[in-house]
Ligand binder design. Structure first.
Ligand SMILES: Cc1cc2nc3c(=O)[nH]c(=O)nc-3n(C[C@H](O)[C@H](O)[C@H](O)COP(=O)(O)OP(=O)(O)OC[C@H]3O[C@@H](n4cnc5c(N)ncnc54)[C@H](O)[C@@H]3O)c2cc1C
Ligand code: SF4
Length: 509
């Protein structure tokens, strides 16, 4: 007797575009329906950059075409389709009824918010359901707890070393290749004077139709769409990966922290969008980087190790940290900060050259590299005492790669130190000195990077010292802050009072 397979509905979320997933390799697909949906609540839980909405919709639409080419049954709701009920539950219930579905399946969501949502949804179902792994990450959600137990603080470096060993990445038997785990010391230089802007791949994706649909659906957004230049499918993402390995990997670590008015991207890979939508797997990215290193003598171990640390180290660490610490992590506000995010984060209209440049680049490209996010926009927000919720919302909206598990950990944890050190051992703050050392922003700035009290003193300077003074009870005992506090001890009491006064009177333009 042949037992008919139950009609099965499989939901694919917008960040689950992994074409190598075992779902799509199954032989018998006859009773399986795949559904993808563009819905308003997912586009509007914060106001997003237009390129982020375009990027997700283009990639999802392209993915459904790939599934159709494999002759799979695919249902796709565009944002402005008449039958789109603009709600996961409503669309799914409708399909379950229409298609006489007997089983619902989905892959694990990567956001806590969606995890809760689908727990409610599946508990209300009268049919069978099953959840699958996304088959994307190297690690399990709770890998940090499994490795180190339930802790307030986790150290990325210890996690990274364990991952190198566990996954046999850049290992020479039991030792790290080159006898060192971390080559940061050889990296992180500023750009040479004669640096030429790096060449970038162009992806000529037509987004007119998607933009029309977005406008017709009246979605709220900000930022510019003109420069949209992101890979939207596996083929393009693979091209981006190969291009990076052949052209930029050899200087990746070297200029990882450098910033320049003349070069938005320097040697960064711009792979975060493809990775976070799971178009590319971290394993494939790491394999390609190692292969390039083995084949090309111009790529040093320091460069490839620096790159792999970002993916096997930071990216996997952030993901597990997120699951180990949510939902309380999203409410943390260690410094009790409550100021408003300055208006110029939405317009780039400021006389501060560094902020103007990094924000303009974010608005134009839905991108800024790590140090621009950490040491310019993030550093300023922290020194100013901005409410971490507002900071989070901006980062979650503005960047093409922003998905909560990797955005909130970087923003609230690393950049705003709102969890008081669970993720990073010290707050990432600096005066203009660091920005001047790592960039050419200060050269033509209205403000003077050497001054801290004059009329044209750089706001980073007096805000930085005022921050250290105000929070000394919380920070002075932190060993990693001792150098900063040693310098502060050289200030007279009058100087400290003047700095506090200046910071107090300061209003962002
Ligand atoms: C305040 C702040 C917010 C951030 N928000 C996000 C975010 O929403 N989404 C996001 O993917 N990254 C975020 N990051 C991390 C990092 O800035 C981006 O991953 C990186 O800039 C993406 O550009 P890229 O692909 O050119 O990266 P590269 O510099 O080329 O690095 C290679 C890859 O390493 C991974 N990576 C590097 N640093 C980190 C990190 N700190 N955490 C996790 N993965 C990392 C990314 O997948 C990246 O694609 C944030 C950092 C800060 C300081
Ligand atoms: S002087 Fe200050 S505000 Fe101007 S670019 Fe330098 S750090 Fe930024």
């Amino acid at each position: 007797m042949i037992i008919a397979k139950p009609n099965t509905l499989r939901l694919i979320l917008g960040d689950q575009l992994n074409i190598s997933h075992s779902w799509y390799q199954e032989q018998d697909q006859s009773n399986i329906f795949y559904v993808l949906m563009e819905i308003k609540p997912e586009s509007e839980y914060v106001t997003h950059h237009i390129q982020k909405i375009i990027g997700f919709f283009l990639a999802m639409r392209d993915f459904q075409e790939s599934l159709k080419q494999k002759k799979l049954n695919v249902i796709y709701y565009k944002i402005n389709d008449d039958n789109n009920l603009q709600d996961f539950t409503a669309n799914l219930n409708h399909l379950i009824h229409e298609l006489n579905v007997q089983k619902f399946e989905m892959q694990e969501p990567d956001e806590y918010r969606l995890e809760q949502y689908f727990k409610d949804f599946t508990s209300s179902l009268k049919i069978e359901y099953q959840t699958f792994s996304t088959e994307h990450f190297f690690t399990e959600r709770y890998e940090l707890k499994n490795l180190f137990g339930d802790k307030d603080h986790y150290l990325m470096e210890s996690f990274y070393r364990k991952m190198r060993q566990k996954h046999n990445v850049l290992m020479d038997k039991n030792k790290p290749e080159g006898d060192k785990w971390n080559f940061d010391h050889d990296n992180r230089k500023s750009l040479p004077k004669n640096h030429q802007a790096s060449l970038q791949l162009i992806f000529d994706n037509d987004f007119d139709d998607v933009l029309n649909d977005i406008n017709q659906a009246d979605l709220q957004y900000f930022g510019n769409s003109e420069n949209f230049n992101w890979p939207i499918n596996y083929m393009q993402s693979k091209l981006a990966l190969d291009y990076f390995c052949n052209n930029h990997l050899q200087t990746f670590g070297l200029y990882q922290d450098a910033m320049s008015i003349d070069d938005e991207f320097i040697s960064h890979s711009k792979l975060s969008f493809s990775l976070n939508l799971k178009i590319l797997s971290p394993q494939e990215v790491i394999n390609a980087a190692i292969q390039a290193y083995r084949n090309n003598t111009e790529i040093s171990l320091a460069q490839v190790e620096g790159f792999i640390r970002q993916i096997l180290g930071w990216r996997e660490f952030m993901r597990s940290f997120y699951w180990c610490k949510m939902p309380n992590f999203a409410k943390t506000n260690f410094f009790d900060h409550s100021s408003k995010l300055p208006e110029f984060y939405w317009t780039a209209k400021t006389k501060m050259n560094c902020l103007r440049h990094c924000i303009k680049s974010s608005l134009d490209n839905a991108y800024a590299h790590h140090i621009q996010r950490l040491m310019v926009t993030g550093n300023y927000a922290l020194l100013l005492g901005v409410d971490p919720n507002q900071v989070d919302n901006w980062y979650l909206g503005v960047y093409i790669d922003a998905i909560e598990w990797v955005e909130i950990t970087n923003t609230r944890g690393m950049s705003q130190w709102a969890d008081g050190g669970g993720l990073a051992t010290k707050p990432y703050i600096s005066s203009a000195n660091y920005i001047n050392k790592m960039s050419n922003y200060c050269k033509n700035c209205f403000y003077d990077h050497k001054e801290k009290l004059t009329d044209n003193a750089c706001p980073f300077n007096f805000l930085y010292w005022a921050f250290l003074i105000k929070h000394q009870n919380l920070l002075k005992s932190n060993l990693r802050m001792s150098m900063m506090y040693k310098l502060l001890e050289k200030f007279t009491e009058e100087e400290k009072t003047e700095i506090l006064q200046k910071a107090n009177d300061y209003r962002p333009e």
